[in-house]
Design a protein around this ligand. Structure first.
Ligand SMILES: [Ca+2]
Length: 208
């Protein structure tokens, strides 16, 4: 697969490695989100930090993690409007990425739901667009992960990457992988059956 999706394992590995650290910090994290001090801005029960420095998607992802947050998800149109205001209508990375065409919020417990894809997006142009960005006019686009963009990190009050909803996400992901594997096995079994049937026909043909 493309470079980003090959990086899916890397992303999952990074998420797993950081899970314990984030959970350990979660209690402090919750206290911090109550005030959203420093460069963080409150919206609802979450805090957001807009990084104007341009980074590749994965570097932005890691930067948010090192700041006890995650590359922002977007739960609804109101949050999207808040983020567009926070970024002055500019373009920026969000925490959306896909693996084999399945879009997820990486590093977040938020289920994939609200979307605002631009017309004809995501198009996976040249099979190399697997990271989500917000375009200047506020619509979503899949874009090469190796490009650089500003980005927004989010700290979600009262949630932690190690909490039950996170494991629901992991279980769903494992179930998706299991189904794919079963489909592959089923396809291989079908090929084997057809090969055996062909062998029988050939054998019978030779005998006649
Ligand atoms: Ca695109």
């Amino acid at each position: 697969m493309h470079r980003m999706c090959c990086s899916c394992k890397t992303i999952c590995f990074v998420i797993f490695i950081s899970t314990k650290l984030i959970c350990v910090l979660s209690q402090e994290h919750r206290v911090m989100t109550q005030s959203c001090d420093g460069d963080w801005v409150r919206y609802g029960d979450s805090c957001y930090r807009y990084y104007t420095s341009q980074m590749r998607w994965m570097d932005a992802f890691k930067t948010c993690q090192s700041d006890n947050g995650f590359l922002t998800d977007i739960e609804n149109a109101d949050e999207q409007a808040f983020l567009q205001n926070l970024t002055d209508g500019g373009e920026f990375w969000i925490g959306a990425s896909d693996c084999a065409g399945r879009w997820l919020w990486y590093g977040s417990t938020q289920p994939w739901g609200f979307t605002k894809w631009d017309t004809h997006q995501p198009d996976n142009f040249r099979n190399n667009e697997h990271c989500g960005e917000i375009r200047p006019h506020g619509m979503w686009n899949d874009f090469p992960c190796s490009h650089t963009r500003p980005f927004v990190c989010k700290r979600k009050g009262g949630l932690c990457v190690g909490e039950p909803s996170y494991f629901i996400f992991l279980r769903q992901n494992m179930e998706y992988q299991r189904r794919k594997m079963l489909q592959k096995i089923s396809r291989n079994a079908d090929v084997d059956q057809r090969a055996q049937a062909l062998s029988v026909k050939l054998r019978n043909a030779r005998q006649h």
